[in-house]
Design a protein around this ligand. Structure first.
Ligand code: KIV
Ligand code: ZN
Length: 531
């Protein structure tokens, strides 16, 4: 690690260009490209929580959203711009004047504001998506960068679908963007099509052929459709790019973006072949991953590098034997280096507030007073029902608390009659903004009965696209973590619930998804009114 200080993180683009050092800027787009992926919508408050976490961990640039997309997006970007004190805050804009002005207004209160403006440059995008000729696009490149420079000094320009763009034309566009004031040039692999050697050659070609290339920082933005996003980004850095665009847990359009935690740990662990440095505090990676998984309700796959729950687990006898003899036999980095605490048996039902608060601190949580009280009460209830309460149990419980904090409708009580003598029936009480309602429903099994009861109180047409259960820890008294994904009119939302009772966890997950759907419907209605 570089041990970069805040002042290093605060270096503005032109100075970094001049330095040409080994420092790679980390541009996080979890709140924009990440939030764009189906089901990953975050509420206003959740976006602020994620922004605070990214700022605290040392991200250089936070792309906070796409301000023209909706009033909600605009407000979230402006609020992030106002509260973030260390990182640069970027807002995305297409090539239109309205887009750029909206982004400019949204970021103008930031200590370090950036406008990120883009346009497609590949033949297929220009012809079918933009329906413009290359000359018209080239004209717009200059116009969009000049317009953005009227608002801010720090302008990033992206050539959407750059990896499928004809080289001569890409060179002309990049040159025009820099001449018009862009200080960062982003070369997105929008469709995740490139491979490391090709991407290396592309960045090297641009740096060599574009006459004013030395006046800008080159940036990578790689999608993961072929599973090569991280490898491609690192190849780009080897070719001279000094900014990487990435997201926590690799969330993003389709197969996602390059995963921030993988980029950071690859550079740190293989410094011998990747002699670069980032300003990221790696011990916060695990916490950031859990936060993003909790607020997006997007579970992290078990074998996900760095932050998956199996990433540091050694199961086979041979591996365990090797680990006991020397940890380096099978561990190329320590769990502690990414903030994974050694799994420990924690408090039981006699533990008090002080012990619980200190445990939360160790796990990287900083809860407000009300949230702490709710989490503590749930911990006590869990400790009454579960013999051993592990760190993972507390994480699941607190993550759920965070995810449900702003839910308008909450599960109050659930009783289910199940077993071989059907029909299974569920009696359910929900609290809808302070008003309680109880119903009873029968179903084809206990989960079906529970969901039927929810549908009675919260009628909707959404399709259940996924229902998934997994155990947080081992043992028959383990907490179940349930994910529910719903689809309605092209909108996708995911809800998550955790409890030692699988049916209660299922009800919480379903209700949470419906809460998210309500917010999403309102957002769409607002956006339609604004048009
Ligand atoms: O993938 C892409 O091309 C993008 C641009 C808007 C940078 O997300
Ligand atoms: Zn993208």
């Amino acid at each position: 690690m570089s041990g970069n200080t805040t002042s290093e993180g605060a270096v503005v683009a032109p100075q970094i260009v001049a330095s040409e050092g080994d420092r790679v800027l980390i541009f996080d787009t979890t709140l924009r490209d990440g939030e764009q992926c189906p089901g990953a919508t975050m509420t206003f408050e959740e976006k602020l929580q994620v922004a605070d976490c990214l700022d605290a961990m040392g991200v250089d640039i936070i792309e906070a959203g796409f301000p023209i997309a909706s009033d909600g997006d605009f407000e979230a970007v402006s609020e992030v711009a106002k509260r973030v004190k260390r990182a640069t805050v970027a807002g995305l804009a297409r090539a239109g004047e309205k887009d750029i002005d909206r982004a400019g207004e949204a970021v103008r209160h930031a200590v370090k504001p950036r406008i990120h403006t883009f346009i497609s440059t590949s033949p297929v995008h220009m012809k079918f998506k933009l329906q413009k000729s290359p000359e018209q696009v080239l004209e717009l490149v200059g116009q969009q960068c000049r317009r953005a420079r009227n608002w801010v000094d720090d302008v990033e320009w992206s050539a959407e679908d750059a990896t499928r763009t004809e080289h001569d034309f890409l060179c002309r566009c990049v040159e025009a963007a820099i001449s018009a004031g862009a200080t960062t040039i982003n070369i997105p692999d929008t469709v995740g099509y490139t491979v490391p050697e090709e991407y290396f050659a592309l960045i090297a070609m641009l740096r060599e052929r574009v006459p004013n290339a030395d006046k800008a920082i080159f940036s990578t933005h790689c999608h993961n459709d072929l599973g090569l996003a991280v490898a491609n980004s690192l190849a780009g850095v080897k070719a001279g790019a000094r900014q990487i665009e990435c997201t926590i847990n690799g969330i993003g359009e389709r197969a996602g973006n390059a995963a921030l935690e993988e980029i950071v740990m690859a550079i740190r662990t293989r410094h011998d072949v990747l002699p670069f440095a980032t300003g990221i505090e790696a011990t916060m990676l695990s916490r950031a991953s859990r936060l993003v998984a909790a607020v997006t309700n997007f579970p992290v796959q078990y074998n996900k590098a760095i932050v998956g729950r199996n990433a540091f687990a050694h199961e086979s006898g041979i591996h365990q034997d090797g680990m006991l003899k020397h940890t380096q036999t099978y561990e190329i980095m320590t769990p502690e280096s990414v903030g994974v605490a050694k799994t420990a048996l924690v408090m039981g039902k006699h533990s008090g507030r002080a012990a619980f608060r200190s445990k939360l601190k160790d796990l990287g949580y900083d809860l407000g007073d009300n949230q702490f009280e709710d989490a503590f009460n749930r911990f006590k209830a869990l400790a009454d029902r579960k013999k051993h309460v592990y760190d993972e149990d507390i994480e699941a419980l607190v993550d759920e608390e965070i995810a449900h904090m702003h839910d308008r409708t909450k599960v109050v009580a659930l009783t289910v009659i199940a077993g071989t003598m059907g029909p299974q029936t569920a009696t359910l009480t929900l609290d809808i903004e302070g008003r309680q309602q109880t119903v009873q429903a029968a179903g084809n099994g206990p989960v079906d009965a529970t969901f039927a009861a929810i549908r009675q109180i919260m009628p909707h047409q959404a399709k259940l696209a996924l229902y998934q259960v997994h155990a947080v820890t081992e043992g028959t008294d383990a907490q179940a973590e349930v994910s529910v994904r719903l689809e309605e009119d092209g909108r996708t939302v995911t809800g998550r619930g955790a409890d030692t009772d699988t049916l209660v966890a299922s009800a919480r997950a379903y209700v949470s998804a419906l809460n998210k759907l309500t917010v999403k419907r309102q957002k769409t209605a607002q956006a339609q009114q604004a048009v």
